[in-house]
Write a protein that binds this ligand. Structure first.
Ligand code: SF4
Ligand code: SF4
Length: 100
């Protein structure tokens, strides 16, 4: 994958909308299963972002494994070149998902 933009406000893998996980898992409902909340919540993420150097931010995970029904799902792997992940009411979901 070339690019993953994730706008979650609270994940240990997230800095400035970039995901630094090497492998991301998306479950059958399109929810990010790799998300891990920071102990200090969204505030801790805000402080981490203030200290982050732009040049060290990751572009995308190497692999996105996915169990969701989606046009881009090829045998359990995401084949999209870029995806957008964002917070919804209760969970953080892939917004690029297209159900055929
Ligand atoms: S894609 Fe998932 S693991 Fe990566 S920053 Fe977003 S919520 Fe965290
Ligand atoms: S675009 Fe589709 S295949 Fe790729 S992670 Fe999102 S739901 Fe899964």
């Amino acid at each position: 994958m070339e690019q993953l933009k994730c706008t979650t406000t609270n994940c240990i893998h997230n800095l400035c909308s970039h995901c630094n996980a090497t492998v991301v898992g998306v479950d059958s409902k399109g929810r990010c299963a790799t998300k891990m909340k920071r102990a200090g919540g969204a505030l801790e993420q805000t402080f981490a972002e203030l200290e982050a150097a732009e040049e060290f931010l990751s572009d995308a995970p190497d692999i996105v494994n996915c169990d969701a029904e989606c046009l881009f799902n090829k045998e359990g792997r995401c084949s999209a070149s870029s995806i957008y992940v964002k917070d919804s009411f209760f969970r953080t979901k892939c917004d690029t998902r297209i159900v055929e």
